[in-house]
Design a binder for this molecule. Structure first.
Ligand SMILES: Cc1cc2nc3c(=O)[nH]c(=O)nc-3n(C[C@H](O)[C@H](O)[C@H](O)COP(=O)(O)OP(=O)(O)OC[C@H]3O[C@@H](n4cnc5c(N)ncnc54)[C@H](O)[C@@H]3O)c2cc1C
Length: 449
C-alpha cells in the first residue's frame, strides 16, 4: 500500500508555520506540520518559572505597532495585550550618568543636552536619508559624521542594537530600502502579550491538534516529481519519519537554510541560494536574571529598558510590580553574542551581571542573582541566528527571491521572506505564513491538483 499523500506538509511550527497551517486547514486541506523542537512557537519563547507572574521573553518580546496582525491573534486566543512603553521607559547610561528619554540633560560633566537625544532620534536618521554616496556601513557613516556621543548612543540603540548586530554590519542603503517599505515606524508603539508569546503559540496550535507533530527534525526534501517527500528523524526515538505531499511549505529560519541543515533534492534555484547567502543574519543571546533585593526600581523608577551602549540592553518584563525581587532580561547582540554563546551557563551569567554592574555604575545595587534562564539563539540548531537584517549588498529583492515558490511544489515563509518592510518581527512572520497559504491555494486552483 502506498504512503498517504497529503495536500501540504508545513515544516516548522513558529508563527508563519502555524498561520499557514491554520489557513490551509480552514480551507479544507489535509495538512501536516513537522516541528523539530518539543514545543511550538520557534523564536517566541517565554520563561514563566523564574518569578511567579512574570512572563520573561527570551525571544520575541514586543508587538511592534498598533494595527499589526498579532493583536488579532492575541484577541482570538483570549490573551491580554498591553502597552509596553519602551521609548518612554528607556534609561540611557552615558559616562556614568543615567537619563530618561524625556529628560536628557544628563551626563556630568559633559557637553550633552536634550539636543543629543533629538539628534539620536531624528537628526542622525535624517542625515542617513540624505546620504547619496555608495554603500557604506552604519559604523562608517557614524564615524564620518560629527555626532554627539550621547546622540549616537540613542541612535545605536534604536537602529543598530534592535537589529541584533553591530554597526559595522548594517548597510546604509540596504537599511534605507528596508525602512522605506515599512508601514509603522519601529520603536514608538510597542505592546506585549501579558501571558507571554509562548502562550500565544500554544493556544494557536491547539486548533491544529494532532496535525502538528513535535520533535521531528526535517533533514531532506525530495521534490523532483509530481509529489514532494519530506524526510526527517524523531529526535527522541531516532525513528525515521517521512511525509509525502503535493506541496511543502518551508518556514525554517534563514540560519537553518544557510547552514544547509536541510538538503534539497534537487537543490534550490540559484536566485534563492544567493538570497540565503546575501541577507544579513543577526546574532543574539538572551539571559533572564532573577534578582533579589535590588534597588534598581527604587533608584531608576519604572524603567523598562536600560542601555549603556555596550553589547547588551536590559529589559524589565514586569514593570508594573513593586518590591525588590525582579527579573531583568539581557538581550546581547552581535559579535559579543557569538563570543558569549560559547561560555558555560555560569560564565555567561557572570559576564552578564558584570556588564549590568558596569552599565549602572553606583547608581543602584542589583542585589543577588539566584536564578536564570538562557537562550543562545546564535547557536540554537533550530534558529542559528536571531533574525535577518539589511547587510550591505542586500535588498528587498533578495527577500522576494527567498519567498518565491519553486515550481508548484515548494513554498516559503518565515520572517526573512517578508519583502514589504516587516521582517524580523512576529507579525511579519505571521503575514508570510498567510501569504504562503494563499500561494498554495492559488497554485491548486491553477493546476487543478
Ligand atoms: C532575541 C529575539 C528578540 C526578538 N524580539 C522581537 C520583538 O520584540 N518583536 C517581534 O515582533 N519580533 C522579535 N523577534 C523576531 C521574531 O521572534 C521572529 O521574527 C519570528 O518569531 C520568526 O518567526 P519564524 O517562524 O520565521 O521563525 P521561527 O519562529 O524560528 O520558526 C521556525 C520554526 O522552524 C523550526 N525548525 C527549524 N529547523 C527545523 C527542522 N530542520 N525541522 C523541523 N523544524 C525546524 C524551528 O524550531 C521553529 O519552530 C525577536 C527574535 C529574537 C531571537
Amino acid at each position: 500500500m502506498g504512503a498517504t499523500v497529503r495536500d501540504v506538509v508545513v515544516v516548522g511550527a513558529g508563527p508563519p508555520g502555524l498561520a499557514c497551517a491554520e489557513r490551509l486547514h480552514q480551507a479544507g486541506l489535509d495538512v501536516a506540520v513537522l516541528e523539530a523542537r518539543d514545543r511550538v512557537g520557534g523564536r517566541m519563547w517565554t520563561d514563566t518559572a523564574l518569578l511567579p507572574g512574570t512572563a520573561a521573553e527570551l525571544g520575541a518580546l514586543m508587538i511592534h505597532g498598533r494595527h499589526v496582525v498579532t493583536h488579532r491573534w492575541a484577541a482570538e486566543a483570549g490573551l491580554t495585550v498591553e502597552p509596553y512603553p519602551t521609548t518612554q521607559g528607556a534609561r540611557f547610561v552615558c559616562r556614568g550618568a543615567v537619563s530618561s528619554t524625556l529628560r536628557f540633560p544628563v551626563p556630568r560633566p559633559g557637553p550633552f543636552g536634550p539636543t543629543a537625544f533629538l539628534q539620536g532620534l531624528r537628526g542622525i536618521p535624517r542625515a542617513l536619508d540624505r546620504y547619496a554616496g555608495p554603500e557604506i556601513t552604519f559604523a562608517e557613516f557614524l564615524d564620518r559624521g560629527r555626532f554627539r556621543p550621547a546622540g549616537r548612543l540613542v541612535f545605536e540603540l534604536i537602529h543598530v542594537h534592535t537589529w541584533a548586530t553591530d554597526a559595522e554590519e548594517i548597510g546604509v542603503l540596504a537599511a534605507r530600502e528596508e525602512a522605506a517599505q515599512s508601514t509603522e515606524p519601529f520603536g514608538f508603539r510597542n505592546f506585549r502579550v501579558r501571558e507571554g508569546y509562548s502562550e500565544l503559540a500554544r493556544r494557536k496550535a491547539r486548533f491544529l491538534g494532532e496535525r502538528v507533530r513535535l520533535g521531528v527534525r526535517v533533514e531532506r526534501i525530495r521534490w523532483s516529481g509530481a509529489l514532494a517527500t519530506v524526510e526527517g528523524r524523531d529526535r527522541t526515538s531516532g525513528e525515521a519519519v517521512s511525509r509525502t505531499a503535493r506541496r511543502v511549505v518551508i518556514t525554517v529560519p534563514l540560519g537553518v537554510l544557510r547552514a544547509g541543515s536541510i538538503v534539497f533534492d534537487p537543490e534550490l534555484s540559484e536566485a534563492k541560494r544567493s538570497a540565503i547567502r546575501t541577507l544579513g543574519l543577526s546574532r543574539a543571546v538572551s539571559v533572564a536574571l532573577r534578582l533579589r533585593g535590588s534597588t534598581l526600581r527604587r533608584r531608576l523608577g519604572r524603567f523598562i529598558l536600560l542601555w549603556g551602549g555596550s553589547a547588551s540592553s536590559f529589559l524589565r518584563p514586569s514593570f508594573e510590580s513593586a518590591g525588590t525581587d525582579e527579573v531583568l532580561v539581557a538581550f546581547t547582540a552581535g559579535r559579543e553574542a557569538t563570543r558569549r554563546a560559547a561560555l558555560s551557563d555560569r560564565e555567561l551569567v557572570d559576564a552578564t551581571l558584570e556588564e549590568l554592574r558596569a552599565t549602572i555604575g553606583d547608581t543602584a545595587s542589583i542585589g543577588t542573582c539566584d536564578g536564570y534562564a538562557i537562550s543562545r539563539w546564535v547557536t540554537d540548531p533550530f534558529a542559528l541566528g536571531a533574525y535577518s537584517f539589511p547587510a550591505p549588498g542586500s535588498h528587498p529583492s533578495h527577500r522576494r527571491a527567498l519567498a518565491a515558490a519553486e515550481g508548484d511544489r515548494l513554498f516559503f515563509a518565515g520572517e526573512a521572506t517578508h519583502f514589504a518592510g516587516e521582517p524580523a518581527t512576529v507579525h511579519g512572520a505571521i503575514e508570510t505564513g498567510r501569504r504562503a497559504a494563499d500561494e498554495v491555494l492559488k497554485s491548486r486552483a491553477t493546476t487543478g491538483s
